[in-house]
Design a protein around this ligand. Structure first.
Ligand code: ATP
Length: 362
């Protein structure tokens, strides 16, 4: 089912939690709502569920405006962070609860429960109560309960937050695989950019109740349209440094951290309208786009090394700023040592320090 939010607003008393939100979720698409705490993710999800009424705007499920439709008539499945299972019921009782409400005959209920339990590999646990299940198993039961009603829309509210790191990884992959197989339109709330990047077809980045950006994970990572997106997506976050941009003898040059960098023609060609007139800018460089190299343009001093296994996260002091650098582990680097860093100018990002908007076209 296709979902369209148009000019959606939600006020709680004087608090504008969601503002003028337009969002189109295609049939079968997996969309993540991503943003920091308080940006309006859960409020948006609860309006999709019918639990909260919008203050303004419309919610369309297919061609139908559903603003006034109660949750039980929306055919949605919900999975919460807290699992929200009934503790006195067995897994079977919990999973089949939505069908019992609809008075589905017992044999069909049993057949559908066994089918969904098999898919989620919890067939052997159906007689246990939630207290006798691990967190991961409880979350599978909650997922089975959401799926058994064959919903038109699946809504997830931070479903992995209560799981330990390893289980989070496997459950993440499972949810994604299930969604791919079943092609149920899904909206997934998270503040974890890794979850959004790895699971979603498209990510809606929310900031203070507004839609900041909406695109595929790859596009948002490669060409963040704003400074906020640049610093929110990607870990460790993109380095952002004040710099000045100059046109000199037909060449575009960037003055950053006391160095002068000639920018390639390809960058000049990508400058948008604002970029062509900008003087003071913020230059963004992802940690993986800076490398320690003997002939690097920047001179710095290693402040800290965090080994990550395959590579090291270096914190390097360049002038008065600390840069995050992701580099293959190198035994000769140590805190206090001088290091030269090479920036590949083709991989830089530029932002307007006043509007925060990108100055380079994608
Ligand atoms: P989190 O990740 O912390 O859950 P969120 O992005 O889901 O955050 P919401 O829960 O949607 O954010 O809240 C959006 C804004 O609305 C916040 O400023 C919050 O304080 C406010 N808010 C949420 N629920 C209510 C309420 N019942 N009454 C008043 N204000 C509320």
């Amino acid at each position: 089912m296709e979902i369209k939010l148009e000019g959606l607003n939600k006020d709680y008393g004087g608090v504008a939690a969601v503002r003028d939100l337009d969002l189109h979720v295609r049939e079968g698409e997996f969309v993540a709502l991503l943003g920091p705490s308080g940006c309006g993710k859960t409020t948006t999800l609860l309006m999709l569920a019918g639990i909260l009424r919008p203050t303004g705007g419309t919610i369309r499920f297919g061609d139908r405006i559903v603003n006034q439709v109660p949750p039980q008539a929306r055919n949605i499945g919900m999975v919460f962070q807290s699992y929200a299972l009934y503790p006195h019921m067995t897994a079977y009782g919990n999973i089949t609860y939505p069908l019992r409400l609809r008075r589905v005959p017992a044999p069909e209920m049993r057949r559908r429960a066994e089918q969904v339990a098999e898919r989620l590999e919890i067939g052997a646990l159906l007689d246990r109560k939630p207290g006798e299940l691990s967190g991961g198993q409880q979350q599978r039961v909650a997922l089975a309960r959401a799926l058994i009603r064959e919903p038109d829309l699946l809504l997830f509210d931070e479903p992995l937050s209560n799981l330990d790191a390893r289980l989070r990884l496997t459950t993440r992959a499972e949810i994604k695989r299930l969604q791919r197989e079943l092609r149920i339109t899904s909206v997934y709330v998270t503040h974890d950019q890794v979850e959004a990047l790895t699971m979603a077809d498209r990510i809606a980045v929310l900031r203070e109740g507004r839609l900041e950006a909406y695109d595929t994970p790859a596009a948002l990572y490669a060409h963040p349209p704003t400074r906020f997106v640049a610093s929110f997506i990607g870990h460790p976050p993109m380095n952002l440094l004040p710099a000045s941009l100059m046109q000199q003898d037909g060449e575009l040059r960037l003055h950053v951290a006391d160095i002068d960098l000639a920018l390639p023609e390809a960058i000049r060609g990508r400058l948008n309208g604002h970029g062509r007139t900008a003087k003071q800018v913020l230059v963004g460089i992802r940690p993986e786009d800076i490398l320690p190299a003997g002939d690097g343009q920047l001179a710095g001093e290693v402040d800290l090394i965090e080994p990550l296994g395959r590579e090291d996260l270096l914190s390097v002091r360049v002038g008065s700023t600390l840069l995050n650098v992701l580099a293959p582990s190198a035994p000769d680097l140590a805190p206090g040592k001088n290091v030269r860093l090479r920036i590949d100018p083709i991989r830089i990002h530029l932002f307007d320090p006043e509007t925060d908007h990108a100055l380079l076209a994608a």
